[in-house]
Design a protein around this ligand. Structure first.
Ligand code: NAD
Length: 490
């Protein structure tokens, strides 16, 4: 069995290398000649741990090739994976033009019966429409089957997720399609990856509903973070406590700057748009709130930063992290980049450092200043923002950075740094929805927005102890009262 992978971006390049690793001869096709040339030379044009080694090895062995010709793919493969982009259109609905263009370039040139497998994330109903188009385009006498096999890989863990998927979903209309997919994925299936066999619309909907659910979980905890900020509660402890309930789980309960990237925001909005087309807008009305809560977190950090700068008459911000998440250089709908761009547009001098995303960020936001190191980004900064939780930022030396920055306020917008060493070094450490014990209480700037009483004022920093001091020992009478209370509540 020979495989083509059409569209070799984040998903397709990884999938092509993964298919080669599973033992197949693979041809990757991309209509971007520069991308195809880089991949042909064994170079991965984006940051993905483990992929450069895997891809280069299979390019060297000759099992994996890349090019720009869909005609070559049509002649080469028995199974064609569609991995092109489905970006958002102007109203949020998915733009399917790359899928149609790929089919129009491929199907008329097919020379034998084959299976086309969609991996791109699409609105429910897309595969049915593509089936009609394929029938119009297929040469006489050539039978073309279409299946949908949505992809769940996580950028930053893409190689692992491709070779050991936590589930495989096959949307199929024929037994032949199912058996071809079982052959393709024989190795992970033998290793225990569960397989869900279903029809085309269910397969399409599984993917978008998975992303909508993850987005909902993140916005839920961020809504709780907003309440925590108003009441002096601590969202990280709240999330820990929720997570101990295995019906809920701790994953995706990281309160902070919210979700971003090339998938979750666009998939949520595309689902809202698709539900509207189906006459069921109210069914997913809650997703609008999910999106709104998510965007509000960015706004919150921008507002707090501007308040701080205005209060001190200062104007320089140093930013740690610009990718939409760590282990990736993807800046598509990155909350960090969005915050940086908005601050710069408000007249702030923004200098950013990211371990991997400088080049892609510079391509879309050349107006920002990019530093080569974290220390250089913080040079003479009045306020420091931690916006993407790369693990290396946890190893920074706060004492040294105090000598580099001009101001001493750091906002950990990812709730990922340990406050202790920063506080010990004299930083005014602030977090989102989280209690931070400050050894150096500082005068907080007056918020330009509505200001309720001091005790309930929304704020990023609360000089409150994380946990109350434990009494040295319980007296007998206190112990008895406690036992009585426990008995009553049981
Ligand atoms: P991407 O933009 O990085 O890659 C798409 C690639 O397709 C580009 O290299 C583009 O040049 C190429 N392309 C476009 N039209 C083409 C054509 N007619 N012929 C050949 N190549 C063409 O996008 P991506 O992040 O890889 O995502 C692709 C799809 O996979 C999307 O639907 C996305 O939602 C889905 N997905 C992505 C991820 C992820 O983590 N990136 C995970 C799961 C699903």
């Amino acid at each position: 069995m020979r495989i083509s992978v059409i569209g070799t971006g984040y998903l397709g390049a990884t999938h092509a290398a993964g298919m080669a690793e599973l033992g197949f001869e693979v041809l990757g096709v991309d209509n971007n000649p520069a991308k195809a040339a880089a991949l042909s030379a064994g170079r991965v044009p984006f940051h993905e741990p483990g992929l450069p080694e895997l891809l280069a090895g299979h390019v060297r062995s000759g099992r994996l090739r890349f090019g720009t010709s869909l005609v070559a793919a049509a002649r080469f493969a028995d199974v064609h994976f569609l991995c092109v982009g489905t970006p958002p259109g102007p109203q949020g609905a998915a733009d399917l033009s790359q899928l149609y263009a790929a089919l129009e370039g491929l199907v008329p040139h097919l020379t034998r019966n084959c299976l086309i497998v969609g991996k791109s994330t699409v609105p429910v109903g897309t595969a049915e429409a593509l089936t009609t188009r394929i029938a119009e385009l297929a040469p006489p006498g050539i039978s073309v089957d279409l299946a949908w096999n949505p992809e769940f890989l996580r950028e930053g863990h893409a190689v692992h997720d491709t070779l050991s998927p936590n589930r495989l979903v096959f949307g199929v209309t024929t037994p032949d399609a199912e058996w071809a997919l079982r052959e393709v994925y024989a190795t992970p299936i033998a290793a225990g990856s569960p397989v869900v066999i279903t029809n085309l619309p269910t397969a399409e909907l599984i993917k978008v509903s998975a992303n909508a659910f993850l987005a909902t979980k993140i916005s839920f905890i961020n809504a709780m973070a907003e309440l925590c900020e108003l009441t002096g509660a601590d969202v990280t402890l709240l999330a820990d406590a929720l997570g101990h309930d295995d019906r809920i789980g701790r994953k995706f309960l990281g309160a902070g700057l919210g979700y971003g990237g090339g998938c979750l925001p666009k998939d949520v909005r595309a689902l809202i748009a698709r539900a509207g087309e189906l006459g069921a807008a109210e069914t997913v009305d809650f997703l609008r709130d999910i999106d709104t809560i998510n965007l509000r977190r960015r706004e919150r950090v921008v507002r707090e930063t501007l308040d701080l700068l205005h209060a001190n008459g200062s104007h320089r911000v140093g930013i740690l992290g610009i990718a939409f998440k760590p282990l990736s250089d993807d800046v598509r709908d990155s909350p960090a980049l969005d915050v940086a761009i908005r601050l710069q547009a408000a007249g702030v001098q923004v200098t950013a450092f990211d371990p991997a995303a400088t080049a892609p960020a510079r391509a879309v936001a050349p107006q920002l200043i990019y530093a080569a190191t974290a220390a250089a980004a913080l040079h003479e900064a009045d306020v420091v923002l931690h916006l993407t939780e790369w693990s290396e930022f946890r190893d920074l030396d706060p004492a040294f950075l105090r000598t580099v920055a001009r101001g001493r306020t750091l906002i950990d917008a990812r709730n990922a740094l340990d406050p202790e060493p920063w506080l010990a070094a004299g930083w005014d450490f602030r977090a989102l929805g989280r209690l931070v014990e400050s050894r150096n209480p500082v005068e907080r700037p007056v918020s330009r927005t509505s200001a309720p009483s001091e005790a309930l004022r929304p704020g990023l920093l609360r000089n409150v102890r994380r946990t109350p001091e434990a009494p040295a020992a319980l007296t007998d009478s206190a112990l008895n009262r406690l036992r009585a209370r426990v008995r009553r509540s049981a």
